[in-house]
Design a protein. Structure first.
Length: 139
């Protein structure tokens, strides 16, 4: 069995943002030379997420509005976590909702995604460098 590990690094200039990382994950799959296997993609920071959905601008705006309604950033005093001196309690909750990782099958050397499916990095406490792990295993 083959194994391939790659880190993707991002620095989202705003507090929140969504990046389509499908192309970068596809590149990692090609580099791995795995033709049949699995690809794990996970955010290595507790205020960021990796998820799969449609790359449609209205949906990305809906996510922003929906997440802010569920866990608004302000007032920061509403979160016990922020008593530690942080101001990102909302980002931890948003990550919990959107998830930590995705696993995608690799078939014939390609990501086996459904129609319209794309892999995204979701940032909820940006303005600094963060990484995503891509781990590929298979034959």
């Amino acid at each position: 069995m083959k194994s391939h590990r790659k880190e993707l690094w991002f620095n989202v200039p705003h507090r929140r943002g969504f990046l389509n990382i499908t192309g970068q994950v596809e590149t990692a799959v090609r580099e791995s030379a795995v033709t049949e296997g699995l690809c794990l993609v996970n955010a290595m920071h507790i205020t960021a997420s990796v998820y799969i959905n449609d790359d449609e601008s209205g949906l990305l705006e809906d996510y922003e509005e929906w997440l802010e309604g569920l866990a608004p950033h302000e007032p920061v005093s509403r979160y016990q976590h922020n008593l530690t001196g942080e101001d990102n309690g909302d980002a931890h909750l948003k990550r919990q909702i959107m998830g930590r990782e995705v696993v995608v099958a690799i078939t014939s050397g390609k990501l086996d995604l459904g129609p319209w499916e794309q892999i995204f990095y979701g940032e909820f406490d940006g303005r600094r460098r963060k990484r995503v792990l891509v781990k590929i295993i298979g034959e």
